[in-house]
Ligand binder design. Structure first.
Ligand code: ADE
Length: 228
């Protein structure tokens, strides 16, 4: 998978070099390319925003600068993700779907967002014919300072689903937030007793059927507590 992230703060993406994602890039499973939006400006102040037409607070990012930045990376079959709190809510199902894509571009807006003509432009039939899709995505119902952290969240959730990225592929099988809305059961490891708290004895019983059914009921209890 190829990932391009366009931002005025490329340094936000430095942690993607760490851990399994860094290894996946070294191993050629993944390439992450971060682009400085200001590199597409032509004025001495490297302006990326202006006041909104119609008035109102804040600044809007310039369509022209964004258009140049996106043109540089977009190709047939790419999915352009525009990060905005007004977008469709990101979840595990969307992560699964995006993990099948060959090229994902993250447009990380700041301030009051990107001039909406950018989204409209890349949604036009000439791009659709090239199998290019545009999606506005939010990672949750709260407002961040910009799309960078949202893009990082999405990149981590998406790329760990690419075969070969996780050290142990079995970790994917049982985990939280599969499509049925199941949450993972609680886990314990050594020591058997910590600060007076014992590991649930059933987990030491060796009875796999009983363990599976205990875990299922614990997962349900978690769901009832945390998701209602
Ligand atoms: N930009 C600001 N807040 C955001 C959010 N919740 N999701 C995605 N992008 C954002």
């Amino acid at each position: 998978m190829r990932i391009d992230a366009i931002t005025i703060f490329p340094d936000y993406f430095a942690p993607l070099q760490l851990s399994l994602l860094g290894k996946a890039q070294d191993g050629g499973l993944l390439s992450v390319n971060v682009h400085d939006l200001r590199g597409q400006t032509s004025d001495t102040h490297h302006t990326v925003d202006d006041a909104p037409y119609g008035g109102g607070a804040g600044m809007v990012m310039l369509a022209d600068v964004w258009g140049r930045a996106i043109d540089e990376v977009i190709d047939d079959g790419a999915i352009l993700i525009v990060l905005t709190p007004a977008g469709r809510r990101f979840n595990q199902e969307m992560a699964e779907e995006l993990s099948q894509a060959s090229h994902v571009i993250f447009a990380c807006g700041r301030y009051e967002g990107i001039d909406d003509r950018v989204r409209i432009h890349y949604s036009q039939p000439e791009y659709q014919k090239r199998n290019i899709q545009v999606r506005e995505v939010s990672i949750g119902d709260y407002v961040l300072g910009g799309g960078e952290v949202a893009a990082m969240v999405m990149i981590e959730a998406i790329t760990r689903l690419i075969p070969g990225v996780l050290g142990n592929p079995l970790s994917l099988a049982e985990e939280s937030h599969n499509e049925e809305g199941y949450l993972e059961y609680p886990n314990f490891t050594r020591p058997k007793e910590w600060r007076g708290l014992e590991v649930p004895p059933i987990l030491l019983s060796g009875n796999h059927a009983a363990i599976a059914s205990w875990r299922a009921s614990q997962a349900q209890e978690r769901k009832d507590t945390n998701r209602n």
